[in-house]
Write a protein that binds this ligand. Structure first.
Ligand SMILES: Cc1ncc(COP(=O)(O)O)c(C=O)c1O
Length: 405
């Protein structure tokens, strides 16, 4: 067999989300797409904003020599410059620093950006802390570059616990990777929580005489509810980088465009910028896709109709509660993370599947006893799925009562 042991294991373990997604495709062929309630993948179903199509047409009509050629590994100067201006403006009140073009590196989505950052900072055996529940692909993004993931639990309300982060840091710790607004919990970390995290990292960096980096994964930054605004993570700690993308807010995940923004206040920001840029090249992306960089440069303040996610979240959370589920209110992103009515979330996900409802067990995010529902379904579909949620809950209660007898 030509396949490496590492990849064989990864294939065997699969990604629960991806497996569900593929399962969903099969079910849709079998039952028809209106009869399958696919809450598995965070694949935005909203159309991109109208301005996207117009920008796409405009760029397609341009006749620029070299427009489709290679470019500097960090991306197109004009796009990075627009992003630098945008970041300076949107972070100014909290950060008070000016981004210049060198602080911005265009990447192949947030996933590509996270890989570039990890490649740039990790030596073999370095540890990266993540707060559970967490986006499961982080394991690979760290492992790809010789690092090891170390999981720190959040509290029962999914809030970060600074004391636990402090306890988990050791001499191998190189970075803390956080995600706010959070997939899967919907938590948006507040400025006070971020300041506490920053304080822990400063003290730990002094204690271990090592620069610990705060990596903030923010592809859901613009998707917040209840009037909450996601605070600047960079303002909480100087040795920080933000990784984001246009996947979720412009609803264009297939176009694979994101960027890394390095905190202008970081000592050695220029060196890290060069390292991330080199990583973009040597990981094989070379540069982020050219056409879409030209398209988004004037769309930084545009977004899909993101309010729909809040509407769906309020509706589904309310209906599930009426049925008897325990669901906390997300503050952002586009997921619900209800409690599984029975301790085994894998069994409960299979009960939901019997109702053609695809949900991802919490175990896949490092927090068993829950399940994740992605809100990338329209309201009529959500409405139609409610009976299935009700029946699955009944079955779960019966099976659990039966076990107890
Ligand atoms: C938390 C988180 N980070 C990163 C990504 C990857 O985003 P992108 O499509 O921009 O690579 C996702 C995608 O679902 C995500 O949920």
């Amino acid at each position: 067999m030509v396949i490496s042991n590492k990849i064989k294991t990864a294939i065997q373990n699969g990604s629960m989300v991806r497996l569900m997604f593929e399962d969903g495709i099969k079910l849709k062929i079998q039952y028809g797409k209106d009869a399958v309630f696919d809450y598995s993948l965070g694949n935005p179903d909203l159309p991109p904003p109208l301005a996207f199509k117009a920008a796409l047409e405009e760029v397609a009509a341009e006749d620029k020599p070299g427009a489709h050629g290679y470019m500097p590994n960090a991306g197109l100067q004009e796009t990075r410059s627009e992003i630098a201006k945008y970041l300076t403006e949107t972070h100014w009140e909290e950060l008070g620093a000016i981004f210049d073009v060198d602080h911005v590196i265009m990447t192949v989505g947030a996933a590509g950006g996270l890989n570039c950052v990890m490649k740039a900072i990790l030596d073999p055996g370095d540890e990266v802390l993540v707060l559970a529940p967490y986006f499961m692909e982080y394991f690979y993004y760290v492992d790809n570059h010789g690092g090891a993931l170390k999981v720190v639990e959040t509290d029962s309300g999914f809030r970060p616990v600074p004391g636990r982060i402090w306890d988990a840091i050791g001499k191998k710790t190189k970075a803390l990777l956080i995600n706010t607004p959070n997939n899967p919990t919907g938590a948006v970390y507040g400025p006070g929580e971020l300041r506490e995290i920053g304080e822990v990292l400063s003290q730990a960096s002094n204690r271990f005489k090592r620069d610990i980096v705060l990596v903030s994964d923010e592809p859901y930054r613009k998707i917040t509810f209840k009037g909450i605004k996601a605070p600047s993570v960079l303002a909480a700690y100087d040795r920080s980088v933000m990784v984001t993308s246009f996947s979720k807010d412009l609803s264009i995940p297939g176009e694979r465009l994101g960027y890394v923004a390095i905190n202008p206040r970081m000592a050695g920001a220029g060196d890290l910028s060069s390292a991330v840029t080199l990583a973009n090249r040597i990981l094989g992306s070379v540069n982020a896709p050219a056409l879409i960089q030209r398209v988004v440069k004037n769309l930084l303040r545009e977004e899909a109709d993101l309010g729909m996610y809040e509407e769906r979240s309020v509706f589904l959370a309310g209906e599930l509660r009426k049925l008897g589920y325990e669901v906390s209110e997300p503050e952002g992103a586009f997921y619900l993370f209800p409690k599984s009515p029975i301790p085994d979330d894998l069994v409960f996900a299979s009960l939901l599947r019997e109702e053609n409802i695809l949900a991802v067990p919490g175990e896949g995010f490092g927090r068993p006893g829950h399940f994740r529902l992605s809100l990338c379904l329209d309201k009529p579909m959500i409405q139609r799925s409610l009976q299935g949620f009700s029946r699955a809950l009944e079955k779960a209660r019966h099976s659990f009562d039966g076990e107890g007898q």
